[in-house]
Ligand binder design. Structure first.
Ligand code: AMP
Ligand code: MG
Length: 472
């Protein structure tokens, strides 16, 4: 059967103020690196030959039914409002409704300049494209809501950053690309009508049970609280939690300078541009509340009496820290093998984390080793672990199957940053073996795969990646 994408577009049917319609810019020599056939099938797509798919996912051929556009949005970047954002290097081709009944966006990222490109070239280089491919698919396999990767294509063109680098295009799939910033741009303009249209659209698409702007705010809050808790539970640091990278659906979006922690420390930051440590690991729950407050501020602008809504919106936002903490505790209980809840559990969890931070413990390997009984080896002073473990063992009494609970909550494999860097260096030199191996291993993160034990190893001192850079 021929390559077909059964488009069913709703965003393109909204009025023109929400986007600019334009096609991706063609690239010189598109070559398919990877296509995610499992995801394609769920989306109702019939995959085709590699050359044909490279033309479409490289942006050279517009598939039947696509209605390409760049979306408008604004946002707070590192706390400062920037009224001029939007898809500067991305094009939404359209949407499909999958065999699972789910509607998803198909977006090319790195597909050329748009009216929102500002000074940028609209392009992406291979490194961030492969990083997003591997990390977003790993997140999905870990059970974390996230955008996904449908395809990656080399463009055959050079992208100029610090020097010349191979260009690439990522095909990203999302529940939608609506962000906090999509609402902010119309609020900042005082455009109530557009805000109302967008609110109705978001409710219909993501939270059909929600009632009105405050119902939407609550639904986004709940989704984001769960999301941040599960990030924390796997040691994920997003790196650029700007409001334009904060999705309405509650998916992880925009894999720029993100990374998983190796050694546990709550203040860990990776992003080279986060000089104020705003988006440090332990600060993520606070930032999510701050971002929700920006959404609240935007949403209430559409009401005829915004003042009256302030109290309600404030209450909704103020409830978020408690919700995130509850979700966080539920996740960390499972990481310790607990299915029941006791008041003392918070202290048990923080007791372990504090000791880990003081003992250079690897976050992922320490939790994984709990079920195996070898966690003490992860501490510079194993006696420190033993002291904590006494209380933990006592608490585990009466738990039916703590090992199974732990093994389902503590992954063996995460995309470690030094391996991602190694994978990118290989790909730039034309060797995609590690890219494909990472995708295969990370698709089953909760299974022991002894033959891939090298991918569980934390970085050696000389392998530690100090900073990751934005996906530009
Ligand atoms: P990000 O930090 O990746 O979320 O991007 C922030 C904004 O910069 C978005 O509006 C992007 O579309 C835009 N942008 C990032 N890189 C480029 C680029 N190479 N060319 C044009 N716009 C870009
Ligand atoms: Mg972004």
């Amino acid at each position: 059967m021929a390559f077909t994408i059964p488009f069913d577009n709703t965003y393109a049917a909204l009025p023109g103020q929400f986007y600019s319609k334009l096609a991706p810019q063609a690239v010189k020599a598109p070559r398919l690196i990877a296509v995610n056939e499992d995801l394609a099938r769920i989306m109702g797509i019939t995959p085709g030959g590699p050359a044909e798919m490279a033309e479409v996912f490289g942006g050279n051929v517009q598939p039947d039914g696509a209605d390409p556009l760049a979306q408008l949005y604004s946002g707070h970047q590192f706390g400062t409002y920037n009224p001029q954002l939007g898809d500067g290097r991305a094009i939404l081709l359209g949407e499909t409704v999958g065999t699972d009944g789910k509607r998803r966006d198909i977006q090319l990222k790195g597909s050329g300049r748009t009216p929102y490109s500002r000074g940028g070239d609209g392009r992406a280089w291979l490194g961030p494209v492969l990083r997003e491919y591997v990390v977003s698919e790993a997140m999905h396999a870990l059970g974390i809501p996230t955008t996904r990767a449908l395809a990656a294509v080399e463009t055959g063109e050079t992208v100029w950053r610090e020097g010349g680098l191979p260009g690439a295009v990522l095909t990203r799939v999302a529940a939608s690309h609506l962000r906090v910033g999509t609402f902010q741009v119309f609020a900042a303009r005082g455009d109530k009508q557009s805000l109302r249209q967008l609110t109705d659209y978001a409710i219909a698409r993501h939270f059909p049970e929600a009632e009105g702007p405050m119902g939407l705010l609550k639904a986004v809050r709940d989704a984001q609280a769960e999301l941040i808790a599960v990030w924390m539970a796997v040691g994920f640091i997003h790196g650029v939690m700007n409001t334009d990278n904060s999705s309405i659906s509650g998916e992880t979006i925009d894999y720029g300078p993100c990374a998983f922690m190796d050694v546990y420390h709550p203040h860990t930051v990776f992003s080279s541009i986060d000089r104020g440590r705003r988006y440090a690991y332990a600060n993520q729950p606070n930032i999510a509340v701050w971002n929700l407050a920006q959404l609240a501020t935007a949403l209430i602008q559409q009401l005829d009496d915004p003042e009256a809504a302030v109290a309600e919106a404030t209450g909704i936002v103020h409830a978020m820290p408690g919700l995130t903490e509850a979700a966080w505790l539920r996740r960390f209980r499972a990481k310790l093998g607990l299915t029941s809840a006791r008041e003392s559990d918070l202290e048990l969890v923080t007791g372990l984390l504090t000791r880990m931070a003081e003992n250079q413990s690897d976050f992922t390997n320490t939790f994984r080793a709990l079920a195996a009984g070898t966690a003490r080896d992860q501490f510079t002073d194993p006696a420190v672990f033993d002291g904590w473990a006494e209380g933990w063992q006592a608490r585990l009494e009466g738990e039916p199957d703590p090992k199974a609970v732990m093994r389902a909550a503590n992954p063996a494999f995460i995309p470690r940053n030094h391996r991602i860097e190694e994978m990118i260096a290989g790909a730039v030199a034309g060797d995609y073996a590690l890219f494909h191996r990472l995708n295969a291993v990370l698709a089953r993160p909760y299974e022991d795969q002894p033959e891939h034990g090298d991918l569980q190893r934390p970085p050696l001192p000389e392998e530690v990646v100090q900073a990751t850079f934005c996906g530009t």
